[in-house]
Ligand binder design. Structure first.
Ligand code: NAP
Length: 495
C-alpha cells in the first residue's frame, strides 16, 4: 500500500492562481491506510483568506455577474464532463487521501457528478413569481445570488460534499471560497483547478486550506462573506452559528447524527439484515447518516441478530484501493482511538460484543487506521455509546416490544438526520415515518439520497436542506419588487 503521488505539493487557489501561503508554511496530508505522508499542502494565513474573499467579491460583481444563467448552465455541464473524463484518477486520489474503499468512492463520485448536473440544468430555471396585488400596483419577485459564500466541508465525503455545495452556489450566481478539511484537501484543490479549465472566471472559485479553528473561523467571521454553508460536527456548527451572528450571515448547517434503523417482526429479514449491515458499515461508519442504533423487535431478535452478525463478519476490511474491499481505513489514528474508547464505554455500560470489537489481526493492516465492523448488544438506551455520535464502524443493537416504544426510543437523541424502517406492513411504514423526527426516512432501503431529494436534519442535526431545489433557493435572496402603475399619481398623506 506504499504509494506516492505524481504531485506532492498542493497550493491554495486564489483568484485563478495556485499560490503558496503568505507565511510560506505548509502541512502534510496522509494516506490513512498506511499513515504515510501523501503530499504537502499550503497552510493559509488570515492574509490569504482576505485575498481569497477579495477575489470572490470582485468576481461576484465583475466577471461572474456578467455571465448569463444559460452560460452558467453550460460551464457547470463542462465541469461535469471533465469530472467524468478524469473519473478514475479523481477516485483514486480521493481513496488515497480519505482511506475509503475505492468502490464506495466511485459510487460517491457518480452521485456528485449527477448532483452537479442536476444544478447545472437548474441554473437557468431560477424563477420569481407575480403576486396578485390591488389595482394600480404590480408585484414581482426575483431570486438573486447572495454574494460570496464560504463553503466549509468535512473529511468523510470530500468530493461529494464539496460539489454538493459548489454546484448550487455557482448555479445561483454566487462566488465561493471553499475550505476542505485539513485531513482531505487534495480533491477539493484539484476540482478548484478544473473549474478554471471548465471556463469559470478567476476568482469565482477559490480554495483555501489550513486549520479550521484558525482560518475556518477567520473565514466565518469575515465581513466580505455573505453566506456560510457548513457540514461537520454539531459542536463546530454551534460555534459557527455564534460567530455568524455578529453580521447576521446566511447559514446552512448539516451536522451530526445518531440515526435509528428499526426492524419490525414482519420485515423481510434477509433484506433487512443485508441493508442494515450497509447502513452502518458503509464508509466504515464514518457517515453522518450511519444508522448506528439498530432496534430489533423482540419476537425476531435472535434470528435477525444472528443473520446480521453473520453478514457483518463477511465484510472485507483492507486495502482501500482493492475493488474487493468493503470497509477501508478510518481517517486517523485518533479516530481509531475514539472508536476504541466508545466500545470500551459500551462494555462498561453492560454491552456485549457480537462481532468485531478490535483492530483486524492481519499484519499488512497494522500500519493503517483499520477497525473491524463491530456490533454491541446493549439494553441501556441512555448510555453514552447509544446517545453520542461515534463516527466509526460500531452499531448498538437494542430490543423493543411495541411500535410506540420504538418510536419513543428512536426520537430519544439530540439528533434527527435519517431513520430507516424495515416492515412489510404499508400502514405501519407510513405511520411510523410520520412520527420519526428526522429530515429523511427510508423504508425497506438503506439508501437515502438521489439528486433532487432534500437531505438535511431536524433538531441538532442542523437546518436547511441540500441536494434538492430547496438548496438552490437557499443560495439566493428573495426580492419583492412593487411597482405603482395607476394613471393618477399617488399622494398617500393627501397633502
Ligand atoms: P468538523 O471537525 O466539524 O470539521 C468540519 C470542517 O470545519 C473542516 O473543514 C474543519 O477544518 C472546519 N472547522 C473546524 N473547526 C472550525 C471552526 N471553529 N470554524 C470554522 N471551521 C472549522 O467535522 P469533521 O470531523 O471534519 O466531520 C465529521 C462530522 O461531519 C460528523 O459529525 C458528521 O456527522 C458530520 N457530517 C454531516 C453531514 C450532513 O449532511 N449532515 C454530512 C457529512 C458529515 P479542519 O479539518 O481544518 O479542522
Amino acid at each position: 500500500m506504499g504509494i506516492t503521488l505524481e504531485k506532492t505539493h498542493y497550493q491554495l487557489l486564489i483568484n485563478g492562481e495556485g499560490v503558496d501561503s503568505a507565511s510560506g508554511q505548509s502541512f502534510e496530508t496522509h494516506n490513512p491506510a498506511t499513515n504515510e505522508a501523501l503530499a504537502s499542502v499550503a497552510k493559509a494565513t488570515p492574509e490569504d483568506v482576505d485575498k481569497a474573499v477579495a477575489a470572490a467579491r470582485e468576481a461576484f460583481s465583475g466577471a461572474w455577474a456578467r455571465i448569463s444563467a444559460a452560460k452558467r448552465t453550460g460551464l457547470l455541464f463542462k465541469l461535469a464532463g471533465l469530472l467524468r473524463e478524469r473519473f478514475e484518477a479523481l477516485a483514486r486520489l480521493e481513496s488515497l487521501n480519505n482511506g475509503k474503499a475505492i468502490t464506495s468512492v466511485k459510487g460517491e463520485l457518480n452521485q456528485a457528478i449527477e448532483e452537479l448536473e442536476f444544478y447545472a440544468g437548474a441554473a437557468n430555471k431560477i424563477m420569481g413569481s407575480t403576486v396578485p396585488v390591488p389595482y394600480g400596483f404590480l408585484n414581482y419577485t426575483l431570486r438573486e445570488p447572495i454574494g460570496v459564500c464560504a463553503l466549509i466541508v468535512p473529511w468523510n465525503y470530500p468530493i461529494l460534499l464539496a460539489l454538493r455545495k459548489l454546484a448550487p452556489a455557482l448555479a445561483a450566481g454566487n462566488t465561493v471560497v471553499l475550505k476542505p478539511a485539513s485531513a482531505t484537501p487534495l480533491t477539493a484543490l484539484t476540482i478548484g483547478e478544473w473549474c478554471l479549465e471548465a471556463g469559470l472566471p478567476p476568482g469565482t472559485v477559490n480554495v483555501i486550506t489550513g486549520p479550521g479553528v484558525e482560518i475556518g473561523s477567520y473565514l466565518v467571521k469575515h465581513p466580505g462573506v455573505d453566506k456560510i454553508s457548513f457540514t461537520g460536527e454539531t459542536s463546530t456548527g454551534k460555534e459557527i452559528m455564534r460567530m455568524a451572528a455578529d453580521s447576521i450571515k446566511r447559514l446552512s448547517l448539516e451536522l451530526g447524527g445518531k440515526s435509528p434503523n428499526i426492524v419490525f417482526e414482519d420485515a423481510d429479514l434477509e433484506a433487512a439484515a443485508a441493508g442494515s449491515v450497509w447502513a452502518i458499515f458503509y464508509s466504515a461508519g464514518q457517515s453522518c447518516e450511519a444508522r448506528s442504533r439498530l432496534f430489533v423487535q423482540d419476537s425476531i431478535y435472535d434470528r435477525f441478530v444472528s443473520l446480521f452478525v453473520e453478514k457483518a463478519k463477511k465484510l472485507r476490511v483492507g486495502d482501500p484501493l482493492d475493488p474487493e474491499t468493503h470497509v477501508g481505513a478510518l481517517i486517523s489514528p485518533a479516530q481509531v482511538q475514539r472508536v476504541e474508547s466508545y466500545v470500551q464505554a459500551g462494555l462498561s455500560a453492560g454491552g456485549r460484543v457480537l462481532c468485531g470489537g478490535g483492530r483486524p489481526p492481519e499484519p499488512s493492516l497494522a500500519r493503517g487506521n483499520f477497525y473491524l465492523p463491530t456490533a454491541l448488544a446493549i439494553e441501556d438506551h441512555r448510555a453514552k455509546v447509544t446517545q453520542e455520535e461515534i463516527f466509526g464502524p460500531v452499531v448498538t443493537i437494542l430490543r423493543f416490544k411495541s411500535e410506540a416504544e420504538v418510536v419513543a426510543l428512536a426520537n430519544d437523541v439530540i439528533y434527527g438526520l435519517v431513520a430507516t424502517l424495515w416492515t412489510q406492513d404499508v400502514g405501519r411504514a407510513h405511520r411510523v415515518a410520520g412520527q420519526i423526527r428526522s429530515g429523511v426516512v427510508t423504508i425497506n432501503t438503506p439508501f437515502t439520497v438521489f439528486p433532487g431529494l432534500p437531505f438535511g436534519g431536524y433538531k441538532q442535526s442542523g437546518f436547511d436542506r441540500e441536494v434538492a431545489l430547496e438548496a438552490l433557493h437557499s443560495y439566493t435572496e428573495l426580492k419583492s419588487v412593487l411597482v405603482f402603475v395607476r394613471e393618477k399619481p399617488l399622494n398617500p398623506f393627501g397633502i
